[in-house]
Design a protein around this ligand. Structure first.
Ligand SMILES: [Zn+2]
Length: 92
């Protein structure tokens, strides 16, 4: 496997662990960039196979931060599973 393919796989896995859904990889010279396609997110993952000394091979908000969209989905699905209890009128 070429290095860029390995890095792409790693970046995709990292982004998915954070809840992102990466769209198509776009290539710029040796580098590649993919954006999260979840509505309202827009985080991106970036691959630099031959990084500068002060740069990294895999970077971008999609591998550094959780996807707000999937976090929201997670939060709401979690809430819907919790029974709503009415605390009023219990103690007289
Ligand atoms: Zn996202």
């Amino acid at each position: 496997m070429r290095k860029i393919e390995r890095l792409r796989k790693e970046a995709t896995e990292s982004a998915e662990l954070r809840g992102h859904t990466l769209g198509r990889w776009e290539h710029f010279d040796d580098n590649a960039l993919a954006k999260c396609i979840n509505p309202g997110c827009g985080a991106c993952a970036q691959i630099i196979p031959r990084p500068m000394p002060n740069d990294i091979e895999i970077g971008g908000t999609a591998v550094a931060l959780d996807c707000p969209v999937s976090y929201f989905d997670l939060a709401t699905s979690h809430l819907s599973e919790v029974p709503v209890t009415d605390e009023q009128g219990g103690d007289s």
